[in-house]
Design a protein around this ligand. Structure first.
Ligand SMILES: *Cc1c(COP(=O)(O)O)cnc(C)c1O
Length: 227
């Protein structure tokens, strides 16, 4: 068995163990394989082992991969990189998900540019949960307004929230940050019936994320090795 297949087995076991530990159902946690900077061959290995959801950060690279694997109809591609207004059209045309909505303007552009023959683009609002100036995403206080505007856009489907928390060696601080995301997610869920995705957790913080209600983990390094 090659490394990627073994890594996928290991990460799925980690998800199952964390789910069991925190009284969650493993099926409620989606594994997104983050394939940025990784080759077609690496992605093909993951596909061979049943992985079908992939996340890409860089538009050009992501589009090349979507084109390369276009004969595989079951693949689901998530855009998880920084959004720029001038890039929205190609995202709207080619991806199934966008995790990094951070302003109404980009949401409106994605909505207008989504081809009518495709299902609505699934979108997540990115929350800057550590209030870091250098990080993209809105503050929790801005969420209600932006969510209310996005749910009115017919070619987008608001599915939930995404965050990239700052790594923090203080486990209690880290848990309280993740818990605040979980609370925001539950509040949003009460308001809108289609909300089901909390995109939170990467290779280093997968277990805490699952403890705090993540329903989708974005894993690169633990599947494909370091970049
Ligand atoms: C690169 C990246 C990941 C994957 O991170 P790993 O630590 O390699 O698992 C997840 N989410 C986003 C937004 C990323 O840019």
């Amino acid at each position: 068995m090659n490394n990627i297949q073994q890594n996928l087995i290991n990460i799925k076991n980690r998800i199952i163990q964390a789910a069991n530990k925190y009284h969650r159902e493993p099926e409620d946690i989606t594994l997104l394989a983050v394939s940025k900077n990784k080759s077609y061959n690496a992605i093909q290995e993951a596909i061979n082992f049943g992985q079908y959801q992939f996340g890409e950060n860089y538009l050009k690279e992501g589009l090349e991969k979507i084109a390369h694997f276009s004969n595989k109809q079951d693949l689901i591609w998530h855009f998880i990189g920084t959004l720029q207004s001038n890039k929205t059209k190609l995202i709207a045309e080619n991806f199934t998900w966008c995790h990094t909505i951070n302003k109404l303007k980009v949401a409106q552009r994605l909505n207008n540019q989504r081809p009518i023959n495709k299902a609505p683009l699934n979108v997540l609002i990115q929350i800057n949960i550590n209030y870091e100036i250098s990080k993209s995403g809105i503050t929790p206080a801005e969420l209600d307004k932006l969510a209310a505007e996005i749910v009115l856009l017919p070619n987008l489907k608001l599915r939930g929230l995404m965050t990239i928390p700052t790594l923090n060696n203080d486990i209690n601080q880290q848990i309280s940050i993740f818990r605040s995301m979980e609370n925001l997610f539950h509040q949003l869920k009460k308001k809108y019936q289609d909300i089901d995705i909390l995109s939170m957790g990467m290779t280093a913080d997968l277990d805490i994320a699952i403890a705090c209600g993540s329903t989708l983990v974005r894993i690169g390094t633990a599947i494909f090795g370091s970049r």
